[in-house]
Design a protein. Structure first.
Ligand code: SF4
Ligand code: SF4
Length: 274
C-alpha cells in the first residue's frame, strides 16, 4: 500500500520502522546498496532536524548530520586503497563546487567563528573580491583559467572540517593523473567511483529532506553562496522562512538519475510527514 493511503496509526508504524532503520545506517555508514526503507529513515531523521523550529542553525546542522554519515561511509569505502590524495595536493580544487544551501550555511557559520583564528588565516575580503571578479566570467573562461578555489589557503582547504559533500567524496588513485588533467587537460583521472557514488547518495538524502520540508533544493556555487550570506547571520533564518537569500548566485542542476531518486524519496517522505 502506498504511504499516502495509510491510516494515521499505520503511518506512525512506518515512521517508527523507518527511523529505526535510518538510525542504524547513520551509526555505521552507507553500505553498497541502500534499501528504500533505510533511505526514507535517514531522510526522515534529517527532515526532523530541518523542521525543528527551536534550532536556529538547523539547516547547517542537517548538513552536518549527512556529512558525518558520509565520513563514516567513505572511511569504509577507501580503506586499504593506495590513494594519491594527501594534504597539500590540490589539483582538484580548481573546479567550481556546487552544493546545497544547508552546506553553505555550515561553511559560513564556521568561517564567522574561525576565519581569523585558523592556523592559516582566511582573508574574507580577498575571497569576496575574487567572487566579484568571477561574476559574469563564463564557465569556459573559468575552466581555461584553472583558477583555484578561493577557499584554498596556503595549498590546503581552508574550510576542511566543514567542506561540502562534493569535496568530501572526490578521491583519486593518482595525484599525477590529477595534475595532468588540470595542467595539460589530458588523460583520465582514476577517481574512486564508489566514493563519488556515496557522495551523490548522501546529497540525494539531504536534498530529499530539504524539498520535503518545503525548502529550496537548488544547487548553489559554493564560494559565491558563502560570500552572499557571510555578513548576514540572519540569512539562515530567512532562507528557512522561504526567502531567496542566494539571488544572483550561479547554480547547477543534478543529473536526471539523482533528481529522480531525490524526488522519489521526497515524495515518500512527504506522504509520511504531511
Ligand atoms: S583528488 Fe587528485 S588532486 Fe585531489 S587530493 Fe586527490 S590526488 Fe590530489
Ligand atoms: S572547499 Fe576546500 S576542498 Fe573544496 S574545492 Fe575549495 S579548497 Fe578544495
Amino acid at each position: 500500500m502506498a504511504s499516502d493511503q495509510l491510516s494515521r496509526q499505520q503511518r506512525r508504524k512506518v515512521q517508527r520502522d523507518a527511523l529505526e532503520r535510518g538510525a542504524k545506517v547513520m551509526a555505521r555508514g552507507l553500505g553498497p546498496e541502500l534499501g528504500e526503507a533505510e533511505a526514507l529513515g535517514i531522510a526522515l531523521i534529517v527532515h526532523e532536524r530541518l523542521t525543528d523550529a527551536g534550532r536556529p542553525a538547523r539547516a547547517g546542522e542537517a548538513a552536518e548530520m549527512v556529512e558525518t554519515l558520509l565520513e563514516k561511509t567513505l572511511a569504509n569505502e577507501v580503506r586499504g586503497l593506495d590513494l594519491g590524495c594527501r594534504k597539500g595536493c590540490s589539483y582538484c580544487c580548481s573546479a567550481l563546487v556546487t552544493c546545497s544551501a544547508p552546506e553553505i550555511f555550515r561553511v559560513a557559520s564556521w568561517l564567522r567563528l574561525n576565519a581569523t583564528t585558523a592556523a592559516a588565516p582566511i582573508k574574507l575580503p580577498e575571497i569576496a573580491a575574487e567572487v566579484v571578479r568571477r561574476h559574469g566570467v563564463s564557465l569556459e573562461q573559468m575552466f581555461n583559467e584553472r583558477a583555484p578555489c578561493p577557499l584554498l589557503i596556503a595549498g590546503a582547504c581552508g574550510v576542511y572540517p566543514v567542506r561540502p559533500i562534493p569535496c568530501r567524496s572526490l578521491f583519486s588513485m593518482s595525484s599525477e593523473a590529477c595534475r595532468l588533467a588540470l595542467e595539460e587537460n589530458s588523460g583520465e583521472v582514476p577517481i574512486v567511483g564508489g566514493a563519488m557514488q556515496k557522495g551523490e547518495m548522501a546529497r540525494t538524502l539531504l536534498l530529499a529532506a530539504v524539498s520535503a520540508a518545503g525548502l529550496s533544493d537548488r544547487g548553489i556555487e559554493l564560494t559565491a553562496g558563502v560570500m552572499a550570506v557571510i555578513e548576514k547571520p540572519d540569512a539562515e533564518a530567512r532562507w528557512l522562512a522561504g526567502e531567496n537569500v542566494f539571488d544572483g548566485v550561479m547554480g547547477g542542476d543534478r543529473s536526471p538519475g539523482s533528481r529522480r531518486a531525490q524526488d522519489h524519496i521526497a515524495k515518500l517522505l512527504g506522504a509520511l510527514v504531511g
